[in-house]
Design a binder for this molecule. Sequence first.
Ligand code: BEZ
Length: 286
Amino acid sequence: MPGLLLGDEAPNFEAETTQGRIRFHDFLGDSWGILFSHPRDFTPVCTTELGRAAKLAPEFQKRNVKMIALSIDSVQDHLSWCKDINAYNGEQPREALPFPIIADAKRELAVQLGMLDPDERDKDGMPLTARVVSTWHCRRPALCCGAGHAGPHKRVMPLTARVVSTWHCRRPALCCGAGHAGPHKRVMPLTARVVFVFGPDKKLKLSILYPATTGRNFDEILRVVDSLQLTAYKKVATPVDWKPGDSVMVVPTLADEEAKQLFPKGVFTKDLPSGKKYLRYTPQPE
Ligand code: BEZ
């Protein structure tokens, strides 16, 4: 089954990006990393998200987190879209953001990483939006919509044989209508809004999965990075609605004696009806 689970190592894929070709492990180096996907270029929610991500880039850098986005269009589209994103931010419409955007026009990486949103198709159930259908340049008319000409015209997404034949449909009712759950030909959906955070060991520490229609909160993503780094470096957990500067929690696996030594600012336990002393707080370590 394609996709990534917590603890999995990031695949060392190669990809074209707005900052050139990368190999993912080399791109990450010894840093933390955040890979976040977008359904499509030139779409409203995505534009606001990337604008916010660009504004917060210095905050991610402070935390030693390398950022990289993915969208299922070409590098050329991404570069042109960057101008809109910068303009949306009230800045010069430059063809650059503070981080690269991966081009995944064939959705091969999106499939490998389990990033597709099976509900997100156009009103006819087709995989492409009207905008893309009307601007797609068909290089193989015989394999296309049957219009028999080579210019830009309506066509079905050029799925590679590998993608078509290996796609495993988990929701047949929303798929090609074949009505069975095995791997079969289907209309390809758009990418969902996935966030993967990788640690310096290149293992997946956190994943967030939103449908295409719900924009993410990048302040929340910074907050979870702070929590992950506190766990990695200070051996604490963060409670509900935690914000930087709030008290944190001693993890259940740490004995009281060890906790006292590890947290010189003190460990405070809340009394509970069960008599069990598991709600242990300590001021956020520096
Ligand atoms: C958007 O970014 O606005 C969007 C993209 C795909 C589906 C719905 C919304």
